[in-house]
Ligand binder design. Structure first.
Ligand SMILES: NC(=O)c1ccc[n+]([C@@H]2O[C@H](COP(=O)([O-])OP(=O)(O)OC[C@H]3O[C@@H](n4cnc5c(N)ncnc54)[C@H](OP(=O)(O)O)[C@@H]3O)[C@@H](O)[C@H]2O)c1
Length: 292
C-alpha cells in the first residue's frame, strides 16, 4: 500500500510517521516539502504519487493567531482538505482527516455525539467545520476523526506548558470551566493505524462502507484544572517543581483573541461500536505518556 502523510512534524503526524510504515510505503510531507497553501501543488503531488491512503495530520492549529489570519487558516484547514478529498475520489484512495471539538459551541452539559448540531465560536473551529464539509462533498471513502485536547511530550503542548510553569512559579491558576477529553497524540495515531491495518484488505471498499465523521478522543472527560493537577502528580521529575499551590480560575480571567467553547467533551461510542476500538481513559494514558 502506498501512503501519503501530511503534517509529519506535528504532534499527531510525528506519531503517524512511526506507526504507518507497518501498513505500507509512506511518503511523509511537512511544510518544507509542500506548503498546503499551494492548492494546485497539493493536487498535482497527489495525482502523480497515486497513493492508496492519504492521512492528513496537518492543520493550522494556533487557535488565537487564527483570528488574525482567517484566509490562511481557511486554506490550510478547509480548502487543502477539500483538494485532498477530490484527489482521493479520483484515485480511489482513502482519506483520513482530523477535526476538532471546537466545531461545537460548548453550551451543553453532556458529551457531544456526531449528530449534535455544530456551531463554532472561532475562526479555527469554523475553518475545521468547512474542511469537514468539503471532504464530505468530494470524497466517498473518508474518515473524519474529531478529536480534542491533543498533547504530546514533544513541543509546546498543554502538558509541557504546565510542566514549564510549575518550574518557574510558586502558584498556578488554571481554568476549571473548560471541559474536554485530553488525547495523547501517540494513542490517537496508533489506534487509527490499527483500524486501518485491520481493514487493509480492500481498504477502499471497507472504508467506503463505514465512511463518515467519528469522535475519537481519550475516554472520560475532565477540566483543564484537574488535568493540570494530574500532570503535576505524574511528573517524573517532581523535585524540580517550584510550585506550591494550584488554584482554579475562570476562562474570563484569561482573555484571549479567540473565544473558546467551554464544555466540549466528546462521546466516542459510535467509533467504538463501529470499529471495536477506543482510546483508554485519559488519566491512565497520561501516566503512560509521562512515564516516558
Ligand atoms: N492540538 C489539538 O489540541 C487538536 C484538537 C483537536 C483537533 N486537532 C486536529 O488534529 C490534527 C493534528 O493536530 P496536531 O496537534 O498534531 O497539530 P500540530 O502539532 O500543530 O501540527 C500541525 C502540522 O501542520 C503543519 N502545517 C500547518 N500549516 C501548514 C502549511 N501551510 N503547509 C504544510 N503544513 C502545514 C504544521 O507545520 P509546521 O510544523 O511547519 O508549522 C504542523 O507540523 C489537526 O488537524 C488539528 O486541527 C488538534
Amino acid at each position: 500500500m502506498k501512503i501519503v502523510l501530511f503534517g509529519r512534524k506535528g504532534q499527531v503526524g510525528w506519531e503517524f510517521e512511526r506507526s504507518l510504515p507497518a501498513l505500507g510505503d509512506v511518503i511523509s510531507l511537512g511544510r518544507e516539502e509542500l506548503d498546503l497553501c499551494h492548492l494546485d501543488a497539493v493536487h498535482s503531488f497527489l495525482s502523480q504519487s497515486k497513493p492508496d491512503l492519504i492521512v492528513n495530520a496537518s492543520g493550522y492549529t494556533d487557535v488565537d493567531r487564527a483570528e488574525s489570519e482567517p484566509e490562511l487558516v481557511m486554506k490550510v484547514n478547509a480548502l487543502a482538505p477539500g483538494v485532498m478529498a477530490e484527489a482521493s475520489r479520483q484515485l480511489r484512495a482513502v482519506l483520513v482527516h482530523f477535526s476538532t471539538d471546537y466545531v461545537f459551541d460548548g453550551r451543553t452539559n453532556r458529551p457531544y455525539t456526531e449528530t449534535d448540531p455544530t456551531h463554532p465560536l472561532n475562526i479555527y473551529g469554523k475553518s475545521k467545520l468547512l474542511g469537514e464539509e468539503n471532504i464530505k462533498q468530494a470524497s466517498d471513502a473518508f474518515l473524519i476523526l474529531r478529536t480534542s485536547w491533543v498533547y504530546s511530550l514533544r513541543g509546546n503542548s498543554f502538558v509541557n506548558k504546565v510542566l514549564g510553569w510549575a518550574r518557574k512559579n510558586s502558584m498556578l491558576k488554571i481554568v476549571d470551566d473548560q471541559i474536554g477529553n485530553p488525547t495523547w497524540a501517540r494513542m490517537l495515531a496508533e489506534i487509527t493505524s490499527l483500524l486501518l491495518a485491520r481493514n487493509r484488505e480492500n481498504l477502499y471498499d471497507r472504508i467506503q462502507e463505514q465512511c463518515g465523521i467519528f469522535h475519537l478522543a481519550g475516554s472520560e472527560y475532565t477540566s483543564r484544572f484537574e488535568w493540570a493537577q494530574q500532570i503535576l502528580a505524574s511528573d517524573p521529575h517532581h523535585s524540580e517543581q517550584t510550585v506550591q499551590t494550584i488554584e482554579p480560575g475562570r476562562s474570563e480571567d484569561f482573555p484571549t483573541p479567540a473565544t473558546r467553547p467551554l464544555f466540549t467533551a466528546l462521546d466516542c461510542s459510535l467509533f467504538e461500536n463501529t470499529f471495536g476500538l477506543r482510546l483508554p481513559p485519559w488519566s491512565d494514558t497520561l501516566k503512560l505518556a509521562m512515564a516516558g
